[in-house]
Write a protein that binds this ligand. Sequence first.
Ligand SMILES: [Zn+2]
Length: 339
Amino acid sequence: MNKEEFRKNQPVAYRVLSHALKSNSLSHAYLLSGAQGAPLSQCALLLAQSVLCENPDEDGLACQKCTSCQQVERQEHPDFFKIGRDSLMAQKPLRRKDIEAYWKNGGTLELPEIKFENYTIKKDQIARLQDFFSKSSSSEKGRRVYILEDYDRATVQASNSLLKFLEEPPEDVIGILTSHHLSNILDTIQSRTQIISLRPAGRKIRQEQILELIDDEKGAALLADHGFDQQDTARILRENRLFEMQEVAEKFLEMKGAHKAIYYLQHEIFPFKNKEFNRMDFQLFLYWISFLSFERKDLSLKKKLDTQTTCLKILDQLKTPADAALLLDRFCFYMHEIF
Ligand SMILES: [Zn+2]
């Protein structure tokens, strides 16, 4: 994570950690917490780098350039231990054409979230951590760091082992736990850590994270615009026709609200007799209409703005239990008026 982003987006956490780093008064364990979308892993890594950095800046934060910083990033630093889920992450972003093929032909979609469901921190992993820190530090500074990501995924046995470790931590060992679900972490663990809360990431960061998952700039921008993060995206890819909705929206705009466009939507795309109709697909369709209409050169600014307003209105009504078929009719009616 970029330090400047951290300073700007997480001012409180920045101040607290900067002070501790500069004054050499770090806690022996931190618990970074925040709602879904808060950049916990990125901050944990930056903190680990800062603790071990050979050349920290005036605020005590990592230079992110020295050998030590790079080793932490690659998880090769001899004084750094991490249990996390990034090893479970898909190595490369999913290709758009694979996602489209999945929706067309079925089969499987290799999503990190599916693997994530199996992620737990087990007792033997904590035992390995204890073993790792039973040896002495390799550097002169003597500090060592570990990260335990998504600690709410730890088993009770793992937590019991970790508790003993937290009660009598080896000298100069600093722990960084992260969790989006603080209430799922034992009070005894919480009380032995310093809790730092982080705010959900800004749009730009979420977009970058989504791009790690799919290789489609527009799709990532669209989802980030509407507040979705990487995990939401994984769910959407599995349950919704993200790219098909893009094509439908493009076609609809191409037809400029003509009656055949309305027919196309009502009969081809959203066949409401079919119980499978998915409100989220409809929602995605409206996002795309709003997004794509702004790119079109054949629409006046007024038409673009009116289209946007219409989409917002319908999206708002979609949150109520209102009948989706009725809302689609309404959408078509408004769009016909605009064009
Ligand atoms: Zn450094």
